[in-house]
Design a protein around this ligand. Structure first.
Ligand code: ZN
Length: 151
């Protein structure tokens, strides 16, 4: 596929997640972690609702507002990470971060639709939009760890 066609495909995937978000919503408060994260430079907001089963991500949802990159990224991320272990998530988050910054990344790690955001590397101002949901998810995992330290 030519790079121009690939760009168009990626743009379609991004707009599809923006218009038809996956896993948008909230989880019951019972045992779930809720965190907020903002990207003030663009005005993006993401709230992550996370439920773990041991070290496995058993359910994750998000709400938020902002640009199409930030919101579609959250939709793609929740779809890609459900069922992963915490360790697998951190590996994937690292690969995603390298990809959107235009660095070499481990292509063996399957990012799903989130790969459509690789063009963001050409627009440095949008990198924070793309990584907002992933950073919020890392914050949710830290929060979960804090809540469970006393047990
Ligand atoms: Zn944004």
């Amino acid at each position: 596929m030519s790079s121009r066609n690939l760009d168009q495909l990626y743009r379609r995937v991004i707009m599809d997640h923006y218009k038809h978000p996956r896993n948008r919503g909230t989880l019951s408060e019972d045992g779930s972690v809720v965190v907020n994260m903002n990207n003030p430079t663009c005005g993006d907001k993401i709230q992550i609702h996370l439920k773990l089963d041991g070290d496995k991500i058993s359910d994750v949802k998000y709400t938020g507002e902002g640009c199409s990159i930030s919101q579609s990224s959250a939709s793609m991320m929740t779809e890609a990470i459900k069922g992963l272990t915490i360790d697998q998530f951190h590996k994937m988050a690292f690969v995603f971060s390298e990809m959107v910054q235009g660095r070499d990344y481990d292509e063996d790690i399957e990012l799903g639709d989130a790969e459509a955001l690789q063009g963001v590397s050409q627009f440095p101002a949008r990198i924070k939009c793309a990584t907002l949901a992933w950073k919020a998810m890392e914050k949710a995992l830290r929060e979960h760890e804090t809540q469970h330290q006393s047990h």
